[in-house]
Design a protein around this ligand. Structure first.
Ligand code: NAP
Length: 272
């Protein structure tokens, strides 16, 4: 595993397991299998309705808690002060862990003052319930608002990011401000396998399209959290750490942006 350092000094694994749409036994099995393979970073959310299943997988893998990095997210409708304080406690009960490594605002919500949410999150951190605080689906303007309120609180922004949605301005802004970018849907939900340029590179360099897409991210110090449910996919996605991305592949994948946003719910604030 390779790591990036968060502004708290904590080390965040550059690869994690995404768990959206994994539920019940299947989720528990994938989490346990991933941890057995060597993953040490799991991404969940209240909205995925799988905290208990993730927690069971973690328990079954029987790994020292200090070796794990666990992220969860607060739903956008639960961003009032009291809701955040109650949610943080509830998440720990559901996951059966004593702290989260990272707690994110899942989506910005202009109906709830950001200042109120961040105050609660700062307290959750001070109380040790979450070691790091971050956000998800924040634009540069959302991040500027957050930084104005508490300059050093936000440590991660988790956004959709893959070669056909290469949000370079957002990545540059994050890196200039000490914020780690996490790429969700790093395989473009499977679309990387249909991209002709990535397919040609995959044939030429004998690396699958998914490996090239994940390697392209982690070489930029962008954290990748692919979701995978089969052992074959979990193992394939883990094979990233003992080879280099060919310069030609980096250059060609850097030029694939089409502003292809796959996750775009009607209530998102991407135009802010
Ligand atoms: N913050 C947010 O708002 C937000 C939004 C979306 C996602 N996320 C997070 O990001 C994670 C990943 O994103 P995602 O689930 O949207 O999509 P993704 O990781 O880009 O793609 C997942 C799909 O790729 C397949 N796959 C994985 N590895 C493969 C391989 N080696 N070969 C072939 N197919 C492979 C999976 O199939 P199998 O399941 O069959 O293995 C699944 O169908 C989520 O699970 C979630 O944790 C966060």
């Amino acid at each position: 595993m390779k790591y990036v350092e968060l502004n708290s000094g904590d080390q965040m694994p550059l690869l994690g397991l995404g768990t959206w749409q994994l539920r019940g036994e299947k989720c528990t099995k994938s989490v346990k299998e991933a941890l057995d393979i060597g993953y040490n970073h799991i991404d969940t959310a209240d909205g995925y309705d799988n905290h208990q299943a993730v927690g069971r997988g973690i328990k079954k893998a029987n790994i020292d808690r200090k070796e794990l990095f666990i992220t969860s997210k607060i739903k956008p409708e639960n961003l009032h002060y009291d809701d955040i304080k109650a949610d943080a406690e509830r998440f720990l009960d559901e996951l059966e862990i004593e702290y989260l490594d990272l707690l994110l605002i899942h989506w910005p919500n202009k109906k709830i003052p950001l200042k109120e949410s961040l105050k609660a999150l700062k307290e959750v951190k001070a109380e040790g319930l979450a070691h790091n605080i971050g956000v998800s689906n924040f634009t540069i303007n959302h991040l500027k608002d957050a930084i104005k309120i508490y300059p050093d609180l936000i440590t991660v922004n988790q956004v959709e990011f893959h070669p056909s949605l290469y949000q370079k301005d957002l990545l540059d802004f994050c890196q200039e401000n000490g914020i780690i970018l996490t790429a969700y849907s790093p395989l473009a939900r499977g679309e990387v396998f249909q991209n002709d340029i990535i397919k040609t590179l995959a044939d030429k360099y004998e690396k699958s399209a998914s490996k090239l897409a994940l390697k392209w991210l982690i070489e930029k110090d962008v954290v990748a959290i692919p979701k995978a449910s089969s052992r074959e996919h979990l193992e394939s996605n883990f094979d990233l750490f003992d080879w280099e991305l060919p310069a030609e592949a980096k250059e060609k994948m850097d030029a694939l942006n089409e502003d292809n946003r796959i996750i775009d719910p009607s209530w998102a604030e991407f135009d802010y």
